[in-house]
Design a protein around this ligand. Structure first.
Ligand code: RFL
Ligand code: PHB
Length: 393
């Protein structure tokens, strides 16, 4: 069997895996990334759009920020539409000058691939049937299949950055792993279109017909979402039906000014809150969506992946460069403390803005009171802003 050796095997070539591989390589630590899909497939996914400053700093440390620093859009606030009007959350004013960066996950991933190429980083695409072995020994290894052949990589540590449906979390015995999950009774239908954005800043809309979000990728590219029942399929939604429904959920003046056009991409994502504990099993460390999922309402998924990578990079570099395992041994605990706070925030923002199918008149009044309180209290706005820009690492 063909075999290789490396210091860290990273399963998953999404943003988490690529970012860690790039940071470790710059510190002189050798990695191999195993990705199930082709590069074009990974780069075809349309996902996150809002980056916290912690993520921005990490991309700079990874030497992969030139395009983001040039083309990314710094946002000082966002809007919440409710009862036919727009109220603004002043992020910079409420969160001590902090802002967020609007720059798409697709672009982040492309920039990371290019940075890996420039350093000749090893990324193996179309790696099938990845399997993790001997995780609780000092000689763990990974096998995978390529072109009909089974190959082996011997290593010291394995990082599971293979997303929610990956193999890594499933490699932890069920009597060790605890899983916490909440599934929401709706999804988000997302549309990407070559049109100018609805406004200069994002608009999150609460409406009796359901939630809507106006976001963007650049001044000519917009991203919109509407809440839909889980039973809906993408084929049920023509572009015309999507635009009509979106407009109905926005304040009149925003709807009137909305530029519509053909969709470039259209997909439905279910909403889920999920955490797996612990995030370490022997030589295996979970990071990003492999360990946790948040509903996208607070724009936290990719940003949580970045804080995991920050803690893991600390731990792995201390291990290899200084022979100190303190940070590695506390990885799961440190990462989970921040994850649960982001889970809370994402759940709260989802509850604030969505229409749940079983809401009673009392639930609706409570939801309205939550919004009224938000816009009548500087402390409530400061709390929202502090969480939205990202809690400290
Ligand atoms: P990913 O991106 O899922 O990458 C995992 C990679 O692992 C590969 N893989 C395997 N490779 C080898 N062997 C296996 N057995 C494998 N199984 C899987 C996969 O092919 C893939 O390439 O996880 P990662 O890197 O942890 O990154 C997480 C983020 O992608 C995710 O949290 C965000 O996209 C969530 N998210 C948002 N996050 C934000 O911070 N801000 C946002 O504004 C935001 N908006 C969103 C979002 C997610 C959305 N969807 C579609 C779920 C909006 C949406 C609609
Ligand atoms: C996006 O632009 O895709 C986006 C922005 C904010 C969110 C979720 C998704 O909360």
């Amino acid at each position: 069997m063909q075999s290789q050796t490396t210091q860290v095997v990273i399963v998953g070539g999404g943003p988490s895996g690529l970012l860690l591989s790039q940071l470790l390589h710059r510190a002189g630590i050798d990695t191999i990334v195993l990705e199930r899909q082709t590069r074009d497939y990974v780069l075809g996914r349309i996902r996150a759009g809002v980056l916290e400053h912690g993520f921005v700093d990490l991309l700079r440390r990874a030497g992969a920020s030139a395009r983001m620093d040039r083309d990314g859009m710094v946002h000082h606030g966002f809007h919440i539409a409710h009862q036919g009007r727009l109220d603004r959350i002043d992020l910079a004013g409420s969160a001590k000058g902090q802002t967020v960066m609007v720059y798409g996950q697709t672009e982040v991933t492309r920039d990371l691939y290019e940075a890996r190429d420039a350093m000749r980083g090893q990324i193996i695409h179309e790696a099938a049937n990845v399997a993790l072995h001997d995780l609780t020994t000092v000689r763990p290894y990974v096998t995978y299949e390529q072109q009909g052949e089974t190959r082996r990589i011997d290593t010291k540590f394995i990082v599971g950055a293979d997303g929610f449906h990956g193999v890594s979390r499933k490699s932890i015995p069920s009597d060790v792993l605890r899983e916490y999950e909440k599934v929401y009774p709706f999804g988000w239908l997302g549309v990407l279109s070559q049109t100018s954005p609805a406004a200069d800043e994002l608009i999150y809309a609460r409406h009796d017909r359901g939630f809507a979000l106006c976001s963007m990728r650049n001044p000519q590219l917009s991203r919109y979402y509407i809440q839909v029942p889980l039973t809906d399929r993408v084929e049920d939604w023509s572009d015309a039906a999507f635009w009509e429904e979106l407009k109905r959920r926005l304040p009149d003046d925003v709807a009137r000014g909305l530029q519509t056009g053909p969709s470039i991409e259209k997909s439905i994502a279910p909403l889920r809150s999920f955490v797996a504990e612990p995030m370490r099993y022997g030589a295996l460390f979970l990071a990003g969506d492999a360990a946790h999922i948040v509903p996208p309402t607070g724009a936290k998924g990719l940003n949580l992946a970045a804080s995991d990578i920050h803690y893991l990079y600390d731990g792995l570099s201390d291990h290899f460069l200084r022979g100190d395992d303190t940070a590695l041994d506390s990885y799961s605990e440190r990462a989970l403390a921040r994850i649960w706070k982001a889970e809370r925030f994402s759940w709260w923002m989802t509850n604030l803005l969505h229409r749940f199918p079983d809401m009673s008149p009392a639930d609706l009044r409570l939801q309205q009171a939550d919004l009224d309180y938000l816009f009548s209290s500087d402390a409530a706005q400061a709390s929202l802003a502090e969480n939205y820009v990202g809690l400290p690492y």
